[in-house]
Design a protein around this ligand. Structure first.
Ligand code: ARG
Length: 475
């Protein structure tokens, strides 16, 4: 029999006299998206059937036949030959129905002591554990790119901004390392969310377990979980692990969005700090001169979807009584969408950052605005014993004067500076030095060369450690 003459009879036929209305069939079907769970469903079924046999609940020979049938289905899916039948609602019933076609009535033993409720919760948990690993791998790669690019730009100075106004000069490496900090915490959040997806829901049945002598700890161990369900009702009804994971995606996408926004700004003619590689830009269908930063724009745009997906699941869960409710089927599309969005975004951001060209002259020129050193001037007065507030006031007036008169602070003599505060110890040209300003910021977390180089070394060690840990984690 080929998969195209699939018997679409529902397994609950015994209780029903009428067929499902076509509109309901369409409305409730989920196989067009939950087929993404196929490999996890097969894994869960293998672990379940092995447990059933080892507990003597089903004969060993039947278990063997079922396992072989599941292997065939695995191969059919991999070869693109499996027909996903919407009339069979979801991936679980599609696989089970095909199994019974393949191995006959013994296939009907697979669902012993199991409900689609614990089955789908198990599939989804396995999916999320893998997706957490994928996110950590993608984040590792992006941080490696940022590490490399930062290494190239320890000596590239640019203005650091607050309120998008030039504030104080920083090293470009320091600015990009700010993102590796955020992305490092994101990776930790994925590892942490993974830790809360540690117990297998399998064995919980529909909600209250089974009268059969199941051993959920066996299937849990076979699937790599830390343990069996702690509470069967919680196991089928809860999706907080998924919420946490969606929150981690949303936050990570927000970080990527902020980085993207900077690339959009920096690649504009107004800034001119970077030029995106052709391979990571697009043109305009109308304006021949345009080279558009569509990649960072799309990442920024897609961060909205990730936030929406988180909110979507939270709202789905709100007000649901225990235990399983069909509303929970709505958990999957946001999760699959967030997984895809994050995977793609991390990939294109890595490529964009790896290939963009930095205009170090433009950056330095912008950083050479002497007003960026106004804080340094105030701190010079502090070193002369002036209270910071008085120093701030004096330099503020001096800056207002220089802006009004179109003066460069570096051209002012010591005497001219002293008109604004008697404690100025030297001329502007001696006090205002771009490199010196950056180097002087040498406390922990600062932008001096020594601090930035130490941060690069620390990051490299952290990434190596993480790569090793990830290499050891099976998916
Ligand atoms: N497709 C369903 C879901 O995603 C599977 C569970 C169905 N359970 C049920 N009792 N109808 O949640």
């Amino acid at each position: 029999m080929t998969t195209s003459d699939r018997n679409t009879k529902k397994p609950w036929g015994g209780r029903f006299e009428e067929a499902t209305a076509p509109a309901v069939e369409r409305f409730s079907a989920s196989v067009h998206f939950d087929r993404a769970l196929a490999s996890y469903d097969l894994r869960g079924s293998r672990a379940h059937v092995a447990m059933l046999a080892s507990q003597g609940i089903i004969p060993e020979g039947d278990a063997q036949a079922i396992l072989e049938g599941l292997d065939t289905i695995d191969a059919e899916i991999a070869a693109g030959q499996f027909v996903f039948e919407p009339a069979l609602e979801d991936i679980h019933m599609n696989i089970e129905s095909r199994l019974r076609e393949l191995v006959g009535p013994v296939g009907g033993r697979l669902h012993t002591g199991r409900s689609r409720n614990d089955q789908v919760a198990t599939d989804l948990t396995l999916y999320l554990r893998d997706a957490s690993l994928a996110a950590r791998r993608g984040l590792l790669e992006l941080r490696r790119v940022l590490l490399e690019r930062s290494r190239e730009h320890v000596d590239t100075l640019l203005p650091g901004y607050t309120h998008l106004q030039r504030a104080q000069p920083v090293r470009l490496a320091h600015q990009w390392l700010a993102y590796t900090e955020m992305l490092g915490r994101d990776a930790a959040r994925f590892a942490d969310a993974g830790a809360r997806l540690s117990n297998s829901p399998l064995g919980s049945g529909a909600l209250a377990g089974s009268t059969l002598p199941l051993a959920p700890e066996h299937s849990a161990a076979a699937l790599g979980f830390a343990g069996p369900p702690r509470n069967s009702m919680d196991a089928v009804a809860s999706r907080d692990g998924a919420v946490e994971w969606l929150a981690a995606v949303a936050l990570c996408m927000i970080h990527l969005s902020r980085l993207s926004e900077e690339l959009v700004l920096w690649s504009s003619a107004e800034f001119g700090f970077v030029e995106l590689a052709d391979a990571y830009s697009t043109g305009s269908s109308l304006m021949p001169q345009k080279k558009n930063p569509d990649v960072p724009e799309l990442v920024r745009g897609k961060s909205g979807r990730a936030v929406g997906n988180l909110v979507s699941l939270l709202v789905t869960l709100k007000g649901l009584p225990l235990s399983y409710n069909r509303d929970l089927q709505e958990d999957k599309e946001p999760i699959f969408d967030s997984a895809q969005t994050l995977r793609d975004s991390l990939l294109v951001m890595s490529g964009t950052l790896a290939t963009l060209r930095v205009d170090t002259d433009r950056m330095r020129q912008a950083a050479s605005d002497p007003l960026l050193l106004a804080t340094d001037l105030a701190e010079t007065l502090v070193r002369e014993g002036v209270p910071f507030r008085d120093a701030h006031e004096a330099v503020g007036k001096l800056v207002a004067h220089s802006v009004r008169e179109g003066l460069d602070l570096r051209d002012l003599s010591r005497e001219q500076l002293q008109e604004w505060h008697a404690a100025f110890p030297a001329a502007g040209s001696e006090l205002l030095d771009l490199e010196g300003s950056v180097e002087a910021r040498n406390a922990a977390g600062g932008t001096s060369r020594a601090r930035v180089e130490a941060a690069l070394a620390t990051l490299e060690e952290e990434l190596d450690r993480e790569a090793e840990a990830l290499g050891g984690e099976a998916s």
